[in-house]
Structure formats: C-alpha cells, structure tokens
Design a protein around this ligand. Structure first.
Ligand code: NAD
Ligand code: DAU
Length: 353
C-alpha cells in the first residue's frame, strides 16, 4: 500500500512550502485538502509531480468530504495546517476563525477518529494526526520572562490565538480520551517565500519596493521570534516521523527581534537591491495606531524538540531574510496575482486613517 499523507491547508504559506519539501521524499503520495480562501494559492504548487500528488478543493468542516477522502485514500498520517491565520483579520471579524480553526478542527478530528478506529492494528498504531499550532496560545511575555515552554499555561489574547488554543485543547482531548495518536507543534513567527503580504515581512518588502508608507504598530518595540519557513517544515517532518504521540513540541528560531529592527533591515536590503540615489527606504517608516490587545513579546524555548528529536534551525536570520527579500523582488507575477482584488480591499480598510 502506498504511503499517503493528507495535508490540510497545503496551498497556504507554510503548507505549500511543506508540500514542496515533502515531495522530495519519493515515498509519499500527498493529498492536499484546501478551501482556497484568499490565503490559498495553487500557483505555489506549480510543477509538482502529478503522479504523487492530488489537490482536493474543499473545506475541513465538510465532514462528508473528509470521510470520503479518508476512506478512499487511506492516509497513514494527517498534517493539519488549514486555518484562518491573520491576527488583524481575527480582530475585525472573528467568526471565520471560530468556524475554521475550532469547528473545522473538531470536524476533522471526529472523522479522523472514526477512520482511525476502524484501521487494523499495525496501521492504527502507526497512524499520526499532526496539528500545526502557534506560540500565540501562550499569551505575552515581559522583557525579562523566560521563553514559552511546553508547560507554560495557555493565555491566548486575540480571537485568532483563542481559536488556535481551542483547537489545541481538542487535539489534546482526542488523544487523552480516545487514544488518537496526535502530535501538536507550537511554532513562532515564520517568514519566507509564499507568505501572503498582509503579514509584517512581505508587506514591508512590497511597500518599501513601491515607495509606500511602512506602517509600524505602536512604538515598534514588540518582539517576535522569527523562524525561516523551511526550518519550520523540517521540524514538522521530524515530529511526524519521530515525535511521541500525545506530546507537544515548541518550535522557534532562537531569534527574537523588535519589529522596528526587522523593518529597518528590510529597508536596507531593498535599498541595496534597488538603490535610490540619496534616499533611504527608512524614511518611509510610519508609526501608526497600535493593534488592539497587541502581545508585547513572544519567545520560544525549543530545547525539547532539539533534545528529544535532534531538530534545530539551520538558517540564520541574516541569510533567511536576504533570500526572502530577493524572492519577493524577483517574483513579480506571484505578487501581482495575490495583490489584486480582495487584497487591495483589505489594505484600504485596515490601514485607512
Ligand atoms: P495561511 O493563512 O497562509 O494558509 C492557510 C491555508 O488554509 C490557506 O491555503 C487556506 O486556503 C486554507 N484554509 C483556510 N480555511 C480552510 C478551511 N476551512 N478548509 C480548508 N482549507 C482552509 O496560513 P499559514 O501562515 O501558512 O499557517 C498555516 C498554519 O500554521 C496555521 O494553522 C497557523 O495557525 C500555523 N502557524 C502559522 C505561523 C506563521 O507565522 N505564519 C506560525 C505558527 C503557526
Ligand atoms: O507567532 C506566530 C504567529 O505569527 C502565527 O500564529 C500567525 O498565524 C502569524 O500571522 C503571526 O502572527 P503575528 O501577529 O505575530 O504576525 P504579523 O506579521 O501580523 O505581525 C508581526 C508583528 O508586526 C506584530 O507585532 C504586529 C506588527 N505589525 C504587523 C503588521 C501587519 C506591524 O507593526 N505593522 C503591520 O502592518
């Protein structure tokens, strides 16, 4: 029987990087279930080997579809990325976040439980459900606090973080109650190719390129722990292969930086690649009204995954951000494609005034 992996949300930023990376392992057949919201983009997956990959357009909340996919393709594992992922959107309209992140994960867990319960012993023991989550479930750190570890109590502050926390709790309960072999990864901020330009790094690269204002929330001193997306994908693959069912693993880049420093670095790299005589992109930095409930600092203690599974990040921020800036400047067609219609509407509404 072929080795089938069901990926949800595989047309999004991290999911598509993960699918492309895992396709290098020729033993996988990958099914990608994605609703193609504004954040899902099939162009990310162009050129993929069609004989070992199938795209299914659908919603994780559609239980009949999930049931049919599981029965037909008999996956040995599920990696669950599908989610509404942007904090600012969750503040403006939380409903979709509850529908997909909470109800959708619940629906997927229920159908997975039914499928897994009926597997024969060997396949049932080897099956894994890997849930991809975030550091935001732990809330916000003060400047001197130690980083979040796997035993830090949950304290989500945005509707997005609360919806992810709820999904993490459901996954935990399905292991504890039903024995479903789950794995949960909680990761810090990712950056790299294919990230939708509503998020800090691609937004700043494109605005800097176009000579537009660079909107920094509050005082710009909020801290995030940045991880290059390919490192995150490798961490997920490592947990999938070697993680212990029922465990959670924190993933991070050991790379805390205040937002203003990130934006200044991007300005300098765009200046280097597209010089403008006598002018620096730093002049475009504009401090704007803060995000409501804006978490001050995130930092991940990623020692467990290193100690138990041998994963640690490979990319440095200096190499990763350079590659990322070059990618956005060199992939105009991709950028043009995603920054039409609904994207323009979001930017106009969110940054007006
Ligand atoms: P993204 O917004 O770029 O992509 C989400 C994908 O899910 C899209 O392809 C979208 O079409 C799909 N999707 C949304 N609702 C769906 C539904 N109901 N059914 C099926 N597909 C649906 O997100 P991302 O940044 O790639 O994040 C992926 C996962 O990783 C999320 O669960 C997120 O919480 C988590 N995460 C993200 C980061 C980060 O920095 N981006 C960090 C840690 C964890
Ligand atoms: O920490 C992991 C999380 O990282 C993921 O779970 C989320 O899915 C992902 O979106 C990301 O959340 P953040 O809110 O940290 O990412 P974002 O890129 O939206 O913002 C990063 C920081 O930059 C944050 O402190 C807010 C700030 N910011 C963001 C935007 C879009 C600005 O100052 N200006 C902006 O225009």
């Amino acid at each position: 029987m072929r080795n089938t992996l069901l990926v949800t949300g595989g047309a999004g930023f991290i999911g598509s990087n993960f699918v492309l990376q895992q396709m290098l392992d020729e033993s996988w057949f990958i099914i990608n279930l994605d609703k193609l919201t504004y954040a899902g983009n099939l162009h990310n997956l162009e050129g993929i080997a069609a004989d070992r990959y199938q795209f299914i357009h659908g919603d994780i909340g559609d239980r009949a579809l999930a049931r049919q996919l599981l029965e037909k393709h008999q996956p040995g594992a599920i990696v669950h990325f599908a989610a509404e992922s942007h904090v600012d959107r969750s503040i403006r309209g939380p409903e979709d976040f509850i529908r997909t992140n909470v109800d959708g994960t619940f629906a997927l867990l229920e159908e997975t439980r039914a499928y897994w319960s009926a597997l024969l012993d060997d396949r049932r023991n080897r099956f894994r459900f890997l849930h991809v989550s975030t550091d935001e479930v732990y809330g916000s750190l003060g400047p001197q606090d130690p980083p979040f570890s796997e035993i830090t109590p949950y304290a989500p502050n945005s509707p997005y973080a609360a919806s992810k926390a709820a999904s993490d709790h459901l996954v935990r309960a399905y292991h504890h109650t039903y024995g479903l072999p789950t794995l949960t990864t909680n990761c810090s901020n990712n950056y790299g190719r294919f990230q939708f330009p509503e998020k800090l790094i691609p937004l700043m690269i494109l605005n800097a390129r176009d000579g537009k204002a660079l909107p920094v929330y509050g005082d710009g001193k909020n801290v995030r722990d940045w991880l290059y997306v390919e490192d995150h994908c490798e961490a997920i693959a490592t947990v999938l292969r070697r993680g212990r069912p029922g465990e959670t693993y924190n993933i991070g880049g050991w790379n805390e930086k205040p937002n203003i420093e990130i934006v200044q670095t991007i300005c300098d790299l765009v200046d280097e690649k597209l010089p403008q005589a006598g002018r620096s992109r730093r002049e475009l930095i504009t401090f704007v009204k803060d995000r409501p409930g804006h978490d001050r600092r995130y930092a991940m203690d990623a020692r467990k995954i290193e100690r138990e599974l041998g994963w640690k990040p490979k990319a440095t921020f200096e190499t990763g951000i350079r590659k990322t800036v070059s990618w956005y400047l060199e992939n105009e067609a991709w950028v043009r494609d995603v920054t039409s219609g609904s994207y323009r509407q979001w930017v106009a509404t969110h940054y007006s005034g």
